[in-house]
Ligand binder design. Sequence first.
Ligand SMILES: NC(=O)c1ccc[n+]([C@@H]2O[C@H](COP(=O)([O-])OP(=O)(O)OC[C@H]3O[C@@H](n4cnc5c(N)ncnc54)[C@H](OP(=O)(O)O)[C@@H]3O)[C@@H](O)[C@H]2O)c1
Length: 221
Amino acid sequence: MYRIAVIGGTGPQGRGLAYRMALAGHTVTIGSRDAGRAAEKAEEIAAKVGNGAVISGTDNASAAADADVVILAVPWDGHAELVTSLAPSLSGKTVISCVNPLAFDEHGPYGLTLEESAAEEAQRLAPEAAVVGSFHHVAALTLWKTDGPISHEDVLVCGDDQDAKDLVMDLAPAVTGKRGIDAGALRLARQLEPLTAVLININKKYKTRSGVAVTGVGGKA
Ligand SMILES: NC(=O)c1ccc[n+]([C@@H]2O[C@H](COP(=O)([O-])OP(=O)(O)OC[C@H]3O[C@@H](n4cnc5c(N)ncnc54)[C@H](OP(=O)(O)O)[C@@H]3O)[C@@H](O)[C@H]2O)c1
């Protein structure tokens, strides 16, 4: 069991991941720019988890400082400033980025064309952390509203530090009930992050909450 900080945990994606991690028995701290807002969100999540939940809320820096594992669940806008400010607290830790740098225009959502992915940017700005890209494709409402494991989806995990990647693959059952899938090096976050734009388009077209499921790895993942 880990002490997990969810930076931006007051938003829907952070709330959903925090809920799943707390339900699995991890100690969870919600981080926010406003400690009071984080505490309120922690209460909401604790009420849904029920008895035994260990979940609290504080400012982002304190949450990161006290954690073994830090989940970045913030928008792309402001990401660089936030990671820069938290970098000292992220040193030596596994940092999970689910950040999707997307934009929207009259044709719908699309992935921004960037020189590096959000996960790579986090790694560059917090070089002493082991950054892993994961949980990009599980919709926030699916995390919050689905009863039990989201077993029809897979969690893809990319990173350059194998121990950190193994840790995140072992956290994935809290969401899907099964180990995450090793999707390769951190640079592959450049492919994983914008894929979310495709899922959002599908959601709109089919009025659903789509996700990712990978064939051919059953029993080996
Ligand atoms: N929503 C989804 O279904 C989904 C699914 C997969 C991945 N993601 C990714 O997960 C991340 C979070 O998604 P979300 O929908 O939860 O986002 P969000 O609601 O827009 O933001 C999450 C939290 O980030 C904090 N925040 C906002 N602007 C900030 C800034 N400039 N600097 C620092 N903190 C800031 C806010 O918390 P405070 O105001 O309390 O600090 C906010 O509650 C995004 O990168 C998104 O692409 C989302």
